[in-house]
Design a protein around this ligand. Structure first.
Ligand SMILES: Cc1cc2nc3c(=O)[nH]c(=O)nc-3n(C[C@H](O)[C@H](O)[C@H](O)COP(=O)(O)OP(=O)(O)OC[C@H]3O[C@@H](n4cnc5c(N)ncnc54)[C@H](O)[C@@H]3O)c2cc1C
Length: 373
């Protein structure tokens, strides 16, 4: 049994700690001092569900998520339906806090996991024998482990140690405006079990139900978030006009540039989750890929003789897989953000290509890592 550490108490960090514990290793999770913010909803596509299955969580997650039966792509200006894609594989929405709760409960049931609400401050691989890593936490304590899975986000110490994040510099100029609205205040159509994507006016709007609430995300250039942006962008004559209500509280999240770490492993430290990949939200894949990272670690730690071989296999496979998905999410964002004549042509192409076009675009994204089968 190796002694592993995980840094970061987000979805990827908790899932990675669970993966390491379930393969028989002792784990210390440095969850950080700041309480993670698990606000709003997220969608989990078939590959995310394959990862939950590999981690032994799919049954409990099914019980607390909300199955979605179709994806509807619609025109923001005309209200017309461009694509209707029925969902046959598992696809569901979650309250983030509920998904995080499933992971926390599963971790609490693992006797080999210790959770420390400390920040990891320093990582040293110079002096340790046999590739061991010395970790220093912000209370001044140090500990030696056989390996570190760094899931401490895009700017955390793990990412800085493995692949200093020059590619995270600078904003994209785009933001996600997020809100949750009680479904009881809206027409019944908003409660239908579908994921809705509205395109037009250089923005895109996503909404889907999570239990009693509607989860809403509007992605747009930051410069367009000026007073009254909602009524300018959510057109009269479509059901979205109701969401321009002044009483809806929006939170603004800047979107960082897309990218993956140039290198996922340095010695006995590997990256996972957003520490490894800044996934644009356009294909709803960020947390799903973090779960896939954990499921992949579960596979490699469970099938290799030592941590070094497991980390090497994991980093090699995941770096390539995730780079393709990030690229696709980035291109999708550009297509979704088109305006003017380009947007008009896009809508015609989507309408002609229909569900088959969308299915073939998403097939690679939704294909789980073959090792999770
Ligand atoms: C608008 C929007 C919509 C989205 N929708 C979806 C969706 O529908 N489906 C989907 O799958 N994904 C979605 N995502 C992406 C998803 O939210 C993220 O990819 C995911 O939450 C990242 O989880 P993480 O654990 O990798 O990183 P984080 O949540 O950033 O966790 C990193 C953790 O590390 C901790 N930390 C930092 N420094 C230290 C330190 N020194 N020591 C210890 N801990 C430290 C932090 O406190 C934090 O808790 C969306 C994102 C956005 C912005």
């Amino acid at each position: 049994m190796a002694r592993l550490a995980v840094s970061g108490g987000g979805i990827a960090g908790m899932a990675a700690a669970l993966a390491a514990a379930r393969t028989g290793h002792g784990v210390t999770l440095f969850a950080g001092r700041a309480s993670p913010v698990f606000a709003g909803g997220l969608q989990l596509a078939p590959n995310g569900w394959a990862a939950l299955r590999a981690l032994g969580l799919s049954d409990v997650a099914s019980g607390v998520s909300h199955r979605l039966n179709e994806i509807m792509v619609r025109s923001l200006d005309s209200g017309s339906t461009l694509i209707r894609l029925p969902l046959h594989e598992p696809y569901a929405s979650f309250d983030r806090a509920v998904l995080a709760g499933c992971l926390a409960d599963a971790l609490a049931a693992q006797p080999s996991v210790r959770i420390e609400t400390l920040n990891l401050e320093h990582i040293d691989q110079q002096g340790g024998p046999d590739g061991r890593v010395c970790l220093v936490t912000d209370d001044g304590a140090s500990v030696e482990v056989d390996g570190l899975i760094a899931a401490d986000g895009a700017t955390g110490p793990g990412r800085q140690h493995v692949a200093p994040a020059a590619d995270h510099a600078g904003p994209t100029g785009k933001v996600a405006m997020r809100a949750q609205v009680p479904l009881a205040m809206l027409p019944a159509s908003f409660a239908l079990a579908s994921s809705n994507l509205w395109l037009g006016r250089g923005v895109h709007v996503v909404h889907y139900p999570i239990g009693e609430m509607l989860n809403l995300v509007v992605t747009l250039p930051a410069a367009r978030v000026t007073p009254g942006w909602q009524s300018r962008l959510l057109p009269v004559g479509t059901p979205l006009a109701l969401l321009a209500d002044d009483n809806i509280n929006w939170t603004q999240t800047p979107l960082p540039p897309a990218g993956t770490a140039g290198c996922w492993r340095r010695g006995s430290v590997v990256l996972a989750g957003e520490a490894a990949h800044n996934m644009p939200p356009h294909l709803a894949q960020g947390a799903g890929q973090g779960l896939q990272d954990a499921a992949s670690l579960h596979h490699w730690l469970g099938t290799q003789d030592n941590v070094s071989a497991a980390f090497s296999g994991y980093a090699r496979i995941r770096a390539g897989e995730v780079a393709r998905i990030v690229n696709k999410a980035e291109i999708s964002g550009r297509i979704m953000g088109m305006s003017g004549p380009a947007a008009h042509l896009r809508d015609i192409a989507l309408n002609l290509g229909g569900a088959r076009l969308m299915q073939s675009w998403l097939a690679e994204v939704w294909a789980a890592d073959p090792s999770l089968a």
